[in-house]
Design a protein around this ligand. Structure first.
Ligand SMILES: Nc1ncnc2c1ncn2[C@@H]1O[C@H](COP(=O)(O)OP(=O)(O)OP(=O)(O)O)[C@@H](O)[C@H]1O
Length: 351
């Protein structure tokens, strides 16, 4: 497998502030790769370093084997799509798309031909002669995509490109973006703080926090097997309980749950003592064989799901999710219920 972008021990400081603390990542060619993390974790900084808009303080970034610092900006096989589209307001849609090709020195008829093909790809051929102001936000974002793809970059950097769109459009664009990446075979590096966006589109996700990469893996890897507390909490919804850990061996731990029941579950390599146990709310059922006893405080109707907010005997809050279609009876506030942890519900985390 070819590596498109190789990031090796990259540190970036702004004055006395360190935005990236030694980040290493290997991004495969033809992949949809997402940098995911909360605001300020360094995602955009890393993207700007890959684009060559900023220089690394130390470490190295290679694009298809070449050190980026040695590549002239116009020879870097990279293009960027920004959150605010950055279209030229006085140019028509097709001229916007053809702009980068003109810069590359392509002749007029080849330019219009290529730009026309790009507009077809993003389903905007009918609007080629309009000005950006005459388009909706979603259409403008598609023009920005077509413009960035026109010069056939090997790597496309996308900085929160969907954040200005409303929810329905964002959901539709996720599918389109993934399709576009698959059709073109271009490596997409996508920045977002939205975990659902990351989970739905990405082949690989790097979860970042405070200038460090916490975990790299597929959507399933990071959801099912988060390596630490930060990742478990950031990706999806989870219950985090402080439990006593008695034994850890060969990736499994034996712990005592609140209420006294023992549990053996997959575990990060931790030493015995107190650690956080993550329990996913959708992997818990109400009924016999209970691992935990809880008192129902509130039932929240979420359409396809019901969220049941409960409290355990030791006072910790505990949430479960039931599928609305599958439910037989709804627990009532004040009721004491038994909670059964399904296989794969619990995982012991490193701090
Ligand atoms: N030019 C700069 N000078 C000083 N500090 C900067 C500069 N650029 C970024 N930073 C700081 O570096 C940190 C990381 O910023 P960055 O924009 O990479 O975060 P982010 O994860 O992309 O966040 P967001 O999702 O809010 O855009 C922030 O604390 C930011 O204030």
């Amino acid at each position: 497998m070819t590596t498109a972008v190789d990031i090796s021990n990259v540190v970036k400081t702004f004055g006395t502030f360190t935005a990236l603390h030694g980040v290493s990542l290997s991004i495969a060619d033809n992949a949809f790769f997402t940098l995911l993390g909360p605001s300020g974790c360094g995602k955009t900084t890393l993207l700007r370093l890959i684009a060559g808009f900023e220089d690394v303080t130390s470490g190295e970034i290679r694009l298809f084997g070449d050190t980026i610092a040695r590549l002239e900006p116009n020879l870097r096989p990279v293009n960027t799509v920004f959150q605010n589209y950055a279209l030229f307001p006085h140019m028509s849609v097709i001229d916007n798309v053809a702009f980068g090709l003109k810069m590359q020195g392509m002749d007029l008829s080849s330019r219009r031909d290529r730009a026309g093909k790009m507009l077809e790809m993003v389903h905007l051929s009918a609007l080629a002669d309009r000005k950006p102001a005459q388009l909706s936000g979603g259409q403008q974002q598609r023009v920005a995509l077509a413009r960035a793809l026109a010069p056939a970059p090997k790597v496309l950097l996308l900085d929160e490109p969907l954040s200005a769109l409303d929810l329905k459009l964002r959901q539709a664009m996720r599918v389109e973006l993934k399709q576009l990446q698959e059709e073109t075979g271009i490596t997409f590096i996508f920045v977002t703080h939205d975990q659902e966006e990351a989970l739905t589109m990405s082949d690989q996700i790097a979860v970042m926090s405070a200038g460090r990469v916490q975990q790299v893996g597929s959507a399933q890897d990071i959801y099912e097997a988060p390596v630490n507390r930060f990742v478990a909490d950031f990706i999806g919804e989870t219950n985090l309980l402080q439990v006593d850990v008695h034994e850890v061996s060969e990736g499994r731990a034996t712990v005592t749950l609140p209420g006294g029941h023992p549990l053996t579950c997959p575990s990060a390599p931790v030493t015995p003592g107190k650690h956080a146990l993550s329990i996913r709310p959708e992997r818990v059922t109400i009924g016999p064989d209970a691992d935990l006893s809880a008192t129902v405080e509130r039932v929240v109707y979420l359409g396809s799901d019901l969220q049941v907010l409960t409290r355990l005997a030791d006072g910790s809050a505990f949430t479960i999710r039931l599928q609305n279609a599958a439910r037989t009876s709804v627990p009532a506030p004040g009721e004491t219920i038994g909670l059964h942890l399904e296989e794969g519900a619990a995982r012991l985390l490193a701090d």
